[in-house]
Design a protein around this ligand. Structure first.
Ligand code: MN
Length: 414
């Protein structure tokens, strides 16, 4: 992605920052797995969205005073011995080329620099990305740094910059939409490969191998979000992740997967009968989801309240389940509809976007996810597509991935 995208993101954040503030974003460090082995490093998404350089240990510092704004990126120096063991380190020219940040310093001088700036009295407010998914999680690098600063400079205001970051990430830029479109192409190849490979008696992990093979060949070495691939009764575990089940001859297979390109993640769910032909019951439920989804893509447009998407999916899907006689009382829809149907995608599979979105706006991208789980029939699945909001309506970015019964059966017949 071109550095101009990241430069613009930083400018947009500066516009949100008050005078006399400093924002610090950490790329983070790899988590330890066991002994001296580490999980693959994964840059903090908010850092990456602003810095554009995917590298462990880097730190971005943005300072806004009454008279100026200043960007600094703290990087690791070239080191022949460390690179021999741990891999290539970017040159300063390469970092400038990727990020557009001209002012580079080494991470060793980070704390001295920050505390010198705070001591100068120019900074009254420190902006940190203070997110915890669960309050019981251990402190991350930002929380640890916040505590250190609070001890040394109790007069300094520490503010959580997450709401500002969420706001920036809500509307996607043209280059992000291009990356999503490319990612959809790779996702499509991966899903079609699984559809063609699936046979009764296979294990779920064999389908995962097929998906991994295809997306890896397209340059997606490790997908950001873990694929969900299940069959039969395992489809009733919404976030199933063991891949160990064997596919029975009457089973429906459910895949909820996404490739990623230039850090932008797609999220698509498809389901099909391993036999190659939908049974009457499978078809009835599938078409209930399919008709609900198609209806949503007809009506979603700018100006519609975001919360109406979830509500309408539930309402329309409930009507469909009444029509086929499965549901007698609409008040009991949660027996078959277990989850909401709309979450944004982008730099995360459940993207960090403005929590106070009122109406839908052009440039938003979110999932239209219709899940039906009928335990008494042993059939559970979801149909999930990626909806890009345009000036006048919306486009299904994953619409080319087989989704009608006819399209799916045609792929399975090959
Ligand atoms: Mn999904």
């Amino acid at each position: 992605m071109d550095k101009s995208f990241f430069m613009n993101n930083r400018q947009r954040l500066f516009n949100e920052m008050p005078e006399g503030s400093m924002a610090i974003l950490f790329a983070g460090e790899a988590h330890r797995k066991s002994a001296d082995m580490y999980h693959q490093f994964f840059s903090d998404r908010n850092y990456l969205y602003l810095a554009g350089v995917d590298y462990e240990g880097f730190i971005l510092v943005l300072t806004k005073t009454a008279s100026s704004i200043q960007e600094r990126l703290y990087i690791l120096p070239k080191d022949q011995f460390k690179e021999r063991w741990n891999g290539y380190r970017y040159s300063t020219d390469e970092v400038r080329g990727l990020s557009g940040v001209e002012n580079l310093r080494y991470v060793d001088s980070f704390e001295d620099d920050i505390f010198r700036t705070i001591n100068s009295g120019q900074i009254k407010e420190l902006w940190l990305d203070l997110f915890k998914n669960r309050h019981t999680e251990p402190h991350d690098i930002s929380h640890t740094f916040a505590n250190k600063v609070r001890c040394s400079y109790p007069w300094l205001t520490i503010a959580n910059m997450l709401p500002a970051l969420r706001k920036l990430r809500t509307i996607k830029a043209p280059c992000e939409i291009e990356a999503l479109k490319h990612s959809e192409e790779i996702t499509k190849d991966g899903i079609i490969a699984m559809m063609k490979a699936a046979k009764p008696g296979m294990y779920e992990y064999e389908l995962k191998a097929e998906f991994d093979r295809v997306v890896t060949k397209s340059g997606v070495v490790a997908t950001i979000s873990a694929p969900i691939i299940s069959a039969g009764s395992n489809n009733f575990f919404i976030h199933y992740n063991s891949f160990t089940g064997q596919i029975g001859g009457d089973d429906m297979i459910l895949v909820d997967v996404g490739a990623d390109w230039n850090h932008l993640v797609t999220d698509v769910s498809r389901a099909w009968p391993v036999s190659g032909k939908f049974t009457d019951k499978q078809a009835a439920l599938y078409n209930a989801a399919y008709d609900t989804s198609n209806y949503m893509f007809e009506i979603i447009k700018p100006g519609m309240p975001m919360k109406a998407v979830d509500e309408t999916i539930r309402k329309v899907c409930t009507d469909e389940l009444m029509k086929i006689g499965l549901l007698k009382n609409p008040a009991e829809s949660s027996k078959y509809i277990w989850h909401g149907g709309a979450h944004h995608i982008g730099w995360d599979v459940h993207d960090m976007v403005d929590t106070a979105i009122g109406d839908i706006k052009p440039g938003m991208v979110f999932c239209v996810d219709v899940g039906i789980y009928c335990e008494e029939w042993g059939i559970g699945f979801r149909l999930e597509d990626n909806c890009l909001i345009t000036d006048t309506g919306c486009v299904n970015l994953s619409g080319d991935i087989p989704r009608s019964i006819e399209e799916i059966e045609a792929v399975l017949a090959k």
